[in-house]
Design a protein around this ligand. Structure first.
Ligand SMILES: C[S@@+](CC[C@H](N)C(=O)[O-])C[C@H]1O[C@@H](n2cnc3c(N)ncnc32)[C@H](O)[C@@H]1O
Length: 331
C-alpha cells in the first residue's frame, strides 16, 4: 500500500533478499490518485547502485513497482492501458517511466527504446500482475472482465522475446483453482519449455505485514537459478490489525458522511442516506453484520433470506483483526 501512514509495521525476516521486501510490502490494490507529495524513495538507494532491474507490466498506480524499488530494484518502467494511473505511478516512483499502452498492441521495440531493456538480461525481472476480475470470486458482471482474462498470454509474449532472468506473477487464487480454463496452465508449460524454474503458492497478505485478509496467487520463476524460495509468512509476529493502521488515534480524524478531502491525503467518506446511517448505527462494533437489523424496516429486499452471503457489505471491521479484502470499488 502506498500511504505512508498505513505502511506495514512488521517485517518478516526473509531468505530471499531480492523479492522479500517487495512482497512484504504487498500491494493492496487501492486506486489512489496522489498519496504523498514526498515520494518514498527520495534520498534512498540511488538507481546506479541497484543490481537488479525490472519492468512492471500492468503497473496500475505502481504498488508492485513501489515494493520492488524499496527492495532495491531499479524498476525502469511500468506499462498500463489506463492513463489515470500515470500521475500516481510517477509521483510515487519518480525514477520509473510510465508507458501508456495496451499490452496487446505494444511493440517489443518500444520497450527496447524507451526502457532500454535488452534481451537475455539475467538481472532483469519481469513483473506481470494481469487483471484478475474474471478469476475473482467476487460476483460482479464478468462481461467486461472477459476481455482481460487472458492477458497473461500477452505478458508471456514479452517473456518469450526478452527472456528475462526472473519473473514474478501475482493474481487471485481463481487463476490457479480454475486451471483448466485459465491462461496459467499454458504459461506454466511455457516456463518449463523455456527452462525456467518456478515455484508458486497462494499466500495471505496479512502474513506479510498488510492489515488485510487478502489471498493471492504468487509465482516466482527464474532461468538463472533453481534456488527459488517464496517469501516465508511471518507467523511469529501478531497479525497486523485495523487498529494498528487507522482510527482516531492515528492520523485519520473523525469525518462526517459525504465529507470530501481535497488534499493529497484523500480522507473522504461516501455520502450516506438517512436509512444507511441508521443501518450503520444499528450494526454492532467489531464484526457486527447487517443481520442485526434484518427484522426491521431497514432490511434490504435483495438480502431477504440471504443472511450468510456477503455479510461484510454492511458489516463493521474488527478493530483487532486484519480487515477484509478490499475491492477495487472501495473508494
Ligand atoms: C491487477 S491491476 C495491477 C495492479 C498493479 N500491479 C499494482 O501493483 O498495483 C491490473 C492492471 O492492468 C491494466 N490493464 C488492463 N488491461 C490492460 C491492457 N490491455 N494493457 C495494459 N494494461 C492493462 C489495468 O488498467 C490495471 O491497472
Amino acid at each position: 500500500m502506498f500511504c505512508r501512514n498505513t505502511r506495514p509495521t512488521t517485517e518478516a525476516k526473509q531468505k530471499e533478499p531480492l523479492f522479500a521486501n517487495a512482497l512484504l510490502r504487498f500491494r493492496m490494490n487501492l486506486r489512489v490518485k496522489i498519496i504523498n507529495s514526498q515520494p518514498f524513495m527520495k534520498g534512498k538507494k540511488s538507481k546506479t547502485k541497484r543490481k537488479f532491474k525490472a519492468v512492471d507490466f500492468f503497473c496500475s498506480g505502481g504498488g508492485m513497482t513501489s515494493g520492488f524499488r524499496k527492495a532495491g530494484v531499479n524498476v525502469v518502467g511500468g506499462i498500463d492501458i489506463d492513463l489515470e494511473c500515470k500521475e500516481t505511478y510517477t509521483t510515487n516512483n519518480p525514477d520509473s517511466k510510465f508507458i501508456h499502452a495496451d499490452i496487446q498492441d505494444l511493440a517489443f521495440s518500444r520497450i527496447e527504446k524507451e526502457l532500454k531493456v535488452k534481451r537475455n538480461d539475467k538481472k532483469m525481472i519481469f513483473i506481470g500482475c494481469s487483471p484478475c476480475q474474471y478469476w475473482s470470486k467476487i460476483q460482479t458482471d464478468k462481461t467486461k472482465a472477459h476481455e482481460t482474462k487472458n492477458l497473461l498470454k500477452d505478458f508471456q509474449r514479452f517473456v518469450d522475446y526478452f527472456k528475462p532472468g526472473y519473473i514474478v506473477v501475482e493474481n487471485v487464487p481463481g487463476i490457479l483453482n480454475r486451471l483448466d480454463e485459465s491462461p496459467l496452465k499454458s504459461f506454466l508449460d511455457f516456463l518449463e519449455k523455456e527452462n525456467y524454474h518456478y515455484k508458486y503458492k497462494v499466500i495471505n497478505a496479512s502474513h506479510y505485514g498488510v492489515p488485510q485478509t487478502r489471498r493471492r496467487f504468487l509465482l516466482i520463476a527464474s532461468r538463472v537459478t533453481d534456488k527459488i524460495s517464496l517469501p516465508l509468512p511471518d507467523t511469529k509476529t501478531k497479525l497486523p490489525t485495523v487498529r494498528n493502521f487507522i482510527g482516531n488515534k492515528k492520523v485519520f480524524k473523525p469525518i462526517t458522511a459525504g465529507q470530501k478531502d481535497k488534499t493529497e491525503f484523500l480522507h473522504s467518506s461516501a455520502g450516506l442516506s438517512d436509512n444507511n446511517l441508521k443501518r450503520l448505527l444499528l450494526t454492532p462494533h467489531d464484526g457486527g453484520t447487517r443481520t442485526s437489523w434484518k427484522d426491521t424496516d431497514l432490511q434490504i429486499p435483495a438480502y431477504v433470506g440471504k443472511d450468510n452471503s456477503f455479510q461484510d457489505i454492511y458489516g463493521r471491521m474488527f478493530w483487532d483483526k486484519p480487515g477484509p479484502t478490499i475491492t477495487t470499488k472501495v473508494l
